[in-house]
Write a protein that binds this ligand. Structure first.
Ligand code: TXA
Ligand code: MG
Length: 319
């Protein structure tokens, strides 16, 4: 493959200049995979309408085929071809798109997507991302792009191009390098129903943010079903054991600190939760690559985006 031979950059990682964006567009239109930064994490993108391209995503990630993908669109108009918007969905799209919010909506009967994207579900997850690179590719290609996080299934999500290279390197023809992701945690996933809304995955847009727009509280969690099939207990898992709420360092343990707990690395010395979210996965990648035998993480306040941080940490700690 042309980018494997170092024609445009270092290995498969290519600085995201105009030539690279054009090349990435061509790859996507030809049904190939491209890893692309978004404001949340790097995504592994493919044409959502092309079943073979979508199959390449599942194969590259080693992702079980019952776990559906998020479809990325340019704007709400494009989203309305894929999902059915009620008034609640309209209000959320207007308030938070483009941005780190994914809406799970009833699937339009004639939605132009491969069936494997939704894994046969009657609903579809749709997101309109704000990152200029993802927006440029959506616009130039005219495609809807299916894109899960660009990591091997179950491992830590990538917030930098070199994380993608390490995890998926040989399996991706091109990794567009757009620097570090600003939010650093995957999008908030909200299911919109006839009678209300529910958070399926906490993220950068908090429950309070949504309640402020919609004007009423989320529906109570239903019957224990895992509705975001990817929200499995063990996820984001480093190769080493992870211990949470640790306040003191120990020999051979890599301590990821927060606030006054300094650690070997610190998510935010000033105790800023947005900064901590942006740094979390990078810290886990670094800790995992270190010589330590285990990873410890300082307590993170369970408020605002801290709820999403603790969600990811809890999954990282399950083995
Ligand atoms: O920030 C993000 O959301 C990133 C960037 C690349 O957009 N993407 C991402 O995708 O995190 P992924 O595949 O790693 O996580 C998507 C989650 C999975 O847990 C999947 O099960 C869930 O969305 N999902 C997809 N379609 C769904 C549906 N119809 N109903 C419920 N959950 C769904
Ligand atoms: Mg993921």
């Amino acid at each position: 493959m042309m980018f494997g031979s170092n024609t445009l950059g270092n290995g498969w990682v290519v600085p995201a200049d105009d030539a690279a964006i054009t090349a990435a567009t061509q790859l996507l239109m030809a049904g190939q995979l491209v890893a692309i930064p978004t404001e949340t994490v790097y995504g592994l993108a493919a044409d959502a309408q092309n079943a073979e391209a979508v199959a390449r995503i599942y194969a590259a990630k080693g992702r079980p085929d019952f776990n559906p993908l998020i479809v990325h669109v340019r704007d709400q108009k494009a989203a309305e071809k894929l999902g059915v918007f009620n008034a609640t969905a309209q209000a959320l799209a207007e308030a938070f798109w483009p941005g780190p919010l994914t809406l799970v909506l009833p699937l339009q009967p004639d939605a132009p997507i491969a069936r494997s994207v939704t894994a046969g579900l009657p609903t579809i997850a749709i997101r309109c991302p704000a990152h200029p690179l993802m927006q440029a590719l959506l616009l130039k290609s005219g495609l809807s792009l299916a894109a899960p996080s660009a990591n091997p299934s179950g491992s830590i999500s990538p917030t930098r191009a070199d994380h993608v290279l390490k995890g998926l390197g040989g399996a991706v023809p091109m990794i567009l390098d757009g620097g570090s992701c600003s939010a650093g945690l995957e999008s908030t996933i909200v299911a919109v129903r006839d009678d209300g809304w529910q958070i399926l995955r906490p993220g950068p847009v908090t429950s309070e943010d949504i309640e402020n727009v919609i004007g009423y509280a989320p529906l109570a969690a239903t019957n224990g079903l895992i509705e975001a099939p990817g929200q499995m207990a063990s996820h984001y898992a480093p190769s080493k054991p992870v211990r949470l709420n640790v306040i003191a360092s120990e020999p051979d343990v890599y301590l990821i600190g927060f606030g006054a707990i300094a650690g070997d690395d610190n998510l935010s010395a000033t105790g800023d939760l947005a900064q901590a979210a942006a740094h979390l996965f990078e810290a886990l990648h670094t800790a995992d690559a270190s010589a330590a035998v285990a990873i410890a993480v300082a307590p993170i306040p369970h408020e605002g985006i801290g709820i999403a941080i603790n969600d990811r940490l809890a999954r990282a700690a399950v083995r």
